[in-house]
Every structure is written in structure tokens, then in C-alpha cells.
Design a protein around this ligand. Structure first.
Ligand SMILES: CC(C)=CCC/C(C)=C/CC/C(C)=C/CC/C(C)=C/COP(=O)(O)OP(=O)(O)O
Ligand SMILES: O=P(O)(O)OC[C@@H](O)CO
Ligand SMILES: [Mg+2]
Length: 253
């Protein structure tokens, strides 16, 4: 077997040579296809690097397909699935974060959902990107749904040990997740410690709302910054655009 990176993963690595990246997460449970289409177009205009689509609950089937299609029709940004289970797969997406929730107590979220989804990903020719997914306190909905043992915020070495284990297991991205809507993002010190031990790109998400949040997360060592709630709950497209412009300034400097 010759290891060859797929299109989306190559795009990520090529862009990372020049700058840090900002991905926007859209949850089909919270946005309609019409809203997703407008947001995606605006994301492309302001310089977002990719759109992630997923949710812990309800992001499946026709609801998921119609949101992914709407995004593909209105922008040329890569669409990457961020599945809560094997149900979160859409044939219209470009890639999938083929993730394992390494600090779950439930084997379903470590290898079970992956086995149930593997043939679907193959059949639809969706590019799988292997990723270690780690839930940090408080973890919010995804921590509860994913039956995680959330990593304490003041224990960066535990996060680093899991992250390095993920890399040694062959995962090519590490994602530190404080949970969608978390009151505070992953601590800066934890981001620094994790970044200092791994070689693969580091994604950080959950509770990043402002320019300052994005800037400190990026400066602490995150390569890719994910925001969802700040955009979904902006109230208007104009406000979402304003928020995104300042978040992107924080990420890219
Ligand atoms: C690779 C395959 C086929 C499956 C992976 C399955 C795994 C490991 C899932 C991890 C646990 C999980 C429930 C992840 C969901 C991640 C996600 C899309 C979070 C988005 O935010 P939400 O948690 O939906 O926020 P709200 O529900 O609060 O809006
Ligand atoms: O909604 P927010 O808090 O931006 O979190 C985004 C993402 O990390 C959730 O999976
Ligand atoms: Mg959500």
C-alpha cells in the first residue's frame, strides 16, 4: 500500500504551510438548507477555509443531505462531515473526519460507529481523514452523548498523552473539543502542551466566540480553529459576517 493523501487533506496541508485555518461548523439540526446556503457563500467571501457539517443529535438522512447539497451549490469550499455516529454520513460531502473519541467510556464511539460507517464511506467515495477526537471539560452535549470521561482543564499532560497516542495509532489530526457552546474554550496551556508533543495538525473548537479567543487559541498552537455557535446564533447574516471577519483576523493575524 502506498500512502497517498486525498484531495481535502492535501488542501489542508498546502494551506497550513502558509497560514492557520478557520473552519465553520454547521449543524443541520440548527440551520435550514436555505440558511446554510447563504452562510456558506458568505464564508467563502470572507476567507473561511472549509465547512464542517454535523451534530450530536438529528444530523442524519434527508436533513443532513439537503444541508450538504445546499452548501455545495452555493460555495466551492470543501465540505467535511463531522459525524455524531455512522448516521452522520452524506454522499454529497467531499470528506469525513473519520474520528475516534479516544476518551469515551463506550467502545461504540471508539471503534463501533466507525465499523458501522466504513462501507458507506467507501461506497460513496468520501475521503476519510483519520482523526483523534478528545473531549475536554466541560464537554457540553457532545461529552454527554459521546459518553466521554472529559479531560480535566488543569491536566494538560493527560490531553497530551491521548493526543500522542492518537498520532501513534495513525491518526493524522488531533481535535481538542471543549463542547459546542462551552462557556470557555480549551485552556491555552493545554493547547501549548499538546502542540509541543505532536507532529500532526492540531484542531481546537468549542466556546471560541471573539477575536481575542481566536487569537489566543491560535497563538497557543492550534493550527485549525473551529467555530459553530458564534455564527449559527448571530441572528442575521450581516452580524455573522462581522463576527467571522474578526474571528478570521484573530486566527490568521
Ligand atoms: C467516523 C464515524 C462514522 C463516526 C464517528 C462517531 C464519533 C466518534 C462521534 C463522537 C461523538 C459525537 C456525538 C460527536 C458529535 C460531534 C459534533 C458534530 C458536535 C457538534 O456540536 P453539537 O454537539 O451537535 O452541538 P449541539 O448539539 O449542542 O448543537
Ligand atoms: O459551537 P462552538 O462553541 O463554536 O463549538 C464548535 C465545535 O467545536 C463543536 O463541535
Ligand atoms: Mg450544534
Amino acid at each position: 500500500m502506498k500512502l497517498k493523501l486525498g484531495k481535502v487533506e492535501s488542501y489542508i496541508h498546502e494551506k497550513l504551510e502558509k497560514e492557520k485555518l478557520h473552519f465553520v461548523l454547521l449543524d443541520p439540526d440548527d440551520v435550514s438548507p436555505e440558511e446554510a446556503s447563504k452562510i456558506a457563500k458568505m464564508c467563502e467571501e470572507v476567507g473561511v477555509d472549509a465547512i464542517m457539517v454535523g451534530g450530536s443529535t438529528g444530523a442524519e438522512g434527508e436533513v443532513l443531505d439537503s444541508v450538504v447539497r445546499a452548501i455545495k451549490e452555493s460555495s466551492s469550499l470543501p465540505v467535511i462531515l463531522f459525524p455524531g455516529s455512522h448516521g452522520g454520513i452524506s454522499k454529497y460531502a467531499d470528506a469525513i473526519f473519520f474520528m475516534s473519541l479516544l476518551n469515551s467510556r463506550n467502545p461504540f464511539f471508539i471503534t463501533g460507529a466507525q465499523a458501522l460507517g466504513a462501507f458507506t464511506v467507501k461506497r460513496y467515495c468520501i475521503e476519510p481523514i483519520p482523526m483523534a477526537y478528545l473531549i475536554i471539560e466541560p464537554g457540553e452535549t457532545v461529552g454527554w452523548v459521546g459518553d466521554a470521561k472529559p479531560i480535566p482543564r488543569h491536566k494538560p499532560k493527560i490531553a497530551a498523552a491521548y493526543a500522542l497516542a492518537g498520532q501513534y495509532l495513525g491518526m493524522r489530526l488531533v481535535y481538542l473539543e471543549a463542547g459546542s457552546g462551552a462557556p470557555e474554550h480549551v485552556p491555552n496551556r493545554m493547547i501549548r502542551v499538546v502542540k509541543s508533543v505532536i507532529d500532526v495538525p492540531l484542531i481546537v473548537g468549542g466556546g471560541i466566540r471573539t477575536y481575542e479567543d481566536a487569537r489566543e487559541v491560535a497563538q497557543s498552537g492550534a493550527d485549525i480553529i473551529v467555530t459553530g455557535t458564534a455564527i449559527e446564533k448571530a441572528g442575521s447574516l450581516e452580524e455573522a459576517r462581522k463576527r467571522l471577519e474578526s474571528l478570521i483576523k484573530g486566527v490568521k493575524g
